[in-house]
Each structure stands twice: as structure tokens, then as C-alpha cells.
Design a protein around this ligand. Structure first.
Ligand code: SIN
Length: 302
């Protein structure tokens, strides 16, 4: 590993952290994800439990809660602890506008999220995070895992010169691109959003820098030529997908709820279980507009 990448990893893994009083945390990896035990999400949380879940969320970015038995109302109530619920884009007729069904079976020709991405980044205010509650996992084998990647560390592990190059750049995120890139037209009635966001942004709660480009939505870096933009984006996607150190893997069991921070992780729902089925419901929380960073101090450029 490059020395600056090792330094970044050391900084993240040696951060001091306080113990938790009302829940138990078991990290999935030293840099991303934790299983949380000791909470029943079907009941309203106490103030202290809520405070600790929020702290764990900001420290680990992906929280896994097993053996939860949630009605859609309880699922939405837990999500609403973190902010207003995000509306589903193009909800099915008569469906709950805040619950997105994630479903795959033998008749599926594609599944949601089968590739590295963050949700809805073409919106001016992409979601804060999502809570996916899986009720059915594939009948055979152990497929259908979801991978997550830490975008703080993806940024931190770049060379100082690359960080300097990316600072101040912006990229257009295009909501039509996921369809156009597969030779399809966006669904009828979908007004695809298009928004320019900084390539490096600050997490709105922790103030940490992170890389904010993703393959399905990011169309091009505004300040570069088309060819330059393609090369830089491909290099960054290769860095994100090809650096296992940035990743954690969630193996689902029925009645698992996973809450991820859409502002600083990407995810990839692995579709390796065809023709078997998998079903869950996702509730997302409103986010805010991604904010650019102040210029890097000279000391970080040596
Ligand atoms: C998604 O939100 O992209 C789907 C995640 C999953 O099915 O694991």
C-alpha cells in the first residue's frame, strides 16, 4: 500500500471512541459497518438509545440490526427519528409514497442497485440515508448480499496531488443516465433531475471530506474535457470498486434492517441468486444539498 494510503487508514482506525451504554456494537470491519444488538426497533427508542444510534451511525456509517419484527408503520417511525421521510420517485399506484419495495424473483430481468452507486445523487438534495428491511432472502445458497464502500476513506487514500486536483471541481449528476446508459428511455412521467455537485464534499454532520461521484449518476466533470472527465471518473470508480479495504459486506437474514449513510457510502446489491427471490422494503430520509470544502491547507499537499 502507498504510504499516504496507509497513513489515511491508520488515522481512521486509531480514532478514539467512547463506549456505548444502551446498545452493543460489533464492527463489521475496522473502517465500515457495525452490527447493533440490544435494541427492539418495533418499540419507540428512549432518548439515550436514539442518541447512541445516531452516534454509531456517524462513526460506522452502516448499521445492521438483526431479528427485528417491524410493521411498515414501525419501520417508518424508526426512520422518522432521523428526519422527514424521503418520497419514493415514481411510486406504484396506491403504494405508500415512502416505502420502496425491493423485489427480485425468477421473472426479474434487472434488480435495483446491482452496481456501485449512491441513491438519487442527481437530486439537489439526495437522501440522508436509507433503511432497508429484508423480509425474504434467497431460498438457496447465501447470495443477495449488499456491499458498502466508505467514501471518506476512498478520498483519504488518494495521493495529496490527486486530492488537490479534485478540490474545487464539480460534476453534473443526471437522473436519466441510469436508463440511457442501458439503451433505455427513462420511465414515462419521470422528470429526470440534473444537478451539479462538488466532486469532494463535506459530510454535513461530521465535517469530514468525502468523494462524491458515482457511476450510474455522475455524467461528467464540468471543468474537464469529455475525454479527461471519462478518464478521471473511471480511475475513481476503479479505486472505489477495486479497493476491498474500503468495503464491508452485509449478509442478510430475514428480518434484518440495515441503515446506511447515503451521504458517505456507496452500495452494491449483488444479484448472484437468480432465479431465486429476495424481498424487502426501503424507507429513506430527506438529506441536504452536498457542500463543497474549503481549500486544503498547504501542509496536506506535501
Ligand atoms: C438499493 O437500495 O440500491 C438496493 C439495496 C439492496 O437491495 O440491498
Amino acid at each position: 500500500m502507498e504510504p499516504f494510503a496507509l497513513d489515511a487508514l491508520e488515522r481512521v482506525t486509531t480514532r478514539p471512541t467512547k463506549d456505548y451504554e444502551t446498545l452493543t456494537l460489533t464492527p463489521l470491519t475496522p473502517v465500515l459497518g457495525a452490527e447493533v444488538t440490544g435494541l427492539d426497533l418495533s418499540r419507540e427508542l428512549t432518548c439515550e438509545q436514539r442518541r447512541e444510534v445516531r452516534r454509531a451511525f456517524l462513526e460506522h456509517h452502516v448499521l445492521v440490526f438483526r431479528d427485528q419484527h417491524l410493521t411498515p408503520t414501525a419501520h417508518k417511525r424508526f426512520a422518522a427519528e432521523f428526519g422527514p421521510l424521503h418520497r419514493v420517485v415514481l411510486p406504484a399506484e396506491g403504494a405508500d409514497p415512502h416505502i420502496l419495495e425491493i423485489s427480485a424473483d425468477a421473472s426479474s430481468r434487472a434488480v435495483a442497485g446491482n452496481g456501485w452507486h449512491a441513491d438519487g445523487t442527481a437530486e439537489s438534495e439526495p437522501s440522508l440515508g436509507s433503511m432497508l428491511y429484508l423480509i425474504r432472502t434467497p431460498e438457496v445458497g447465501s447470495g443477495g448480499d449488499t456491499l458498502f464502500a466508505n467514501m471518506h476513506l476512498a478520498y483519504d487514500m488518494l495521493s495529496p496531488r490527486m486530492k488537490e486536483f479534485l478540490e474545487g471541481l464539480t460534476a453534473v449528476h443526471d437522473g436519466a443516465q441510469p436508463w440511457l446508459s442501458q439503451g433505455m428511455a427513462p420511465p414515462e412521467g419521470y422528470e429526470a433531475p440534473r444537478t451539479e455537485h462538488p466532486v469532494v464534499v463535506l459530510h454535513p454532520e461530521t465535517g469530514r471530506r468525502l468523494l462524491f461521484v458515482n457511476a450510474p449518476y455522475t455524467a461528467h466533470i464540468t471543468q474537464l474535457s469529455a475525454a479527461e472527465s471519462r478518464s478521471v471518473l473511471d480511475m475513481l470508480y476503479q479505486h472505489i470498486a477495486g479497493t476491498p479495504l474500503l468495503h464491508c459486506r452485509v449478509r442478510w437474514e430475514p428480518h434484518t434492517l440495515v441503515f446506511w449513510d447515503n451521504r458517505c457510502v456507496q452500495h452494491h446489491a449483488v444479484w448472484d441468486y437468480y432465479p431465486h427471490s429476495r424481498y424487502g422494503q426501503r424507507v429513506a430520509i430527506d438529506g441536504t444539498r452536498p457542500q463543497p470544502c474549503a481549500p486544503l491547507p498547504d501542509t496536506e499537499l506535501v
